[in-house]
Design a binder for this molecule. Structure first.
Ligand code: FBP
Length: 246
């Protein structure tokens, strides 16, 4: 088993996702969040167990604030056909930038799936030889695929079958579905994405369900750095993930 202790605390995880500049463009940002330095400050002060960056941002802004999870592939939202996010950073480059773990998105069910399977497998082989964990963003997507609880569970299972150490999935909407996703992922650990900004109460309720279902935590972006007081949100999330007073 690959050691996850660099990016977890007591087996639980809270990752700050900041690859949206690539995935959605700066439309997600305001004057504060457009500056990666402010995000890294939140990552450190908020007690995150890892921050997720693309290589360009890591190169120019990262200096060991919290453990780095380097995203090795990505795409823009202009792509409307079958989704494929090409690899844009190598394992060697990521390690030079100080990465403690690597991230890669697989659009499970896309007509381009084969390319992502191949890239993911090659990355994973090299990373595991070096003892580095690989996190798979396992998203069921493509013209033949509807994203729902069942297809998210399928994508989660593909993460296990492919050997991901952790998978990141979208929240399916209820406890029973979430439990099935966690079961489907087996010994592969599960973290859940935050999604678009929503009221704090709903976010906290989702976090409780996610933890109750057996996931190890969240990999969350917009719901933290789009909040008026990101550190207050972090504290509440930590209280749920690690227990009161975390
Ligand atoms: P959020 O918590 O902001 O949703 O971030 C999670 C994440 O997976 C990011 O890592 C990624 O940039 C984004 O969501 C991709 O979302 P989508 O593919 O649904 O546009």
């Amino acid at each position: 088993m690959i050691d996850l202790t660099k990016i977890t605390k007591d087996g639980k995880a809270l990752f700050l996702a900041y690859d949206q500049g690539m995935e959605h463009g700066p439309t997600d940002f305001n004057d504060e969040s457009v500056d990666p330095s402010n995000i890294l400050k939140i990552a450190k002060e908020g007690g995150f167990t890892g921050v997720i960056l693309q290589k360009g941002v890591a190169e120019k802004y990262y200096s060991g604030q919290v453990p780095l999870i380097l995203k090795l592939n990505g795409k823009t939202s202009f792509i409307k056909d079958e989704p494929y996010a090409p690899q844009i950073c190598t394992v060697t480059e990521a390690l030079k930038l100080g990465a403690s773990a690597l991230g890669y998105t697989v659009y499970v069910g896309s007509q381009e799936q084969e390319k992502m399977f191949t890239e993911f497998s090659n990355i994973e082989r090299e990373a595991h030889e070096k003892g580095i964990p690989v996190i798979g963003w396992m998203y069921p997507r493509g013209k033949e695929v509807v994203e729902n609880a069942e297809t998210i569970a399928y994508a989660a299972r593909v993460g296990l079958e492919m050997g991901a150490d952790i998978i990141k999935v979208k929240y399916p909407g209820d406890l029973k579905s979430m439990e099935w996703i966690v079961k489907s992922a087996g010994k592969t650990k599960v973290v859940v994405a935050g999604g678009a900004k929503e009221p704090l109460d709903s976010l906290l309720e989702m976090t409780k369900i996610v933890m109750q279902a057996g996931a190890i935590g969240l990999a969350i972006g917009r719901n933290v750095w789009q909040a008026e007081e990101p550190l207050v949100v972090c504290q509440k999330l930590k209280e749920i993930i690690w227990g009161i007073g975390a």
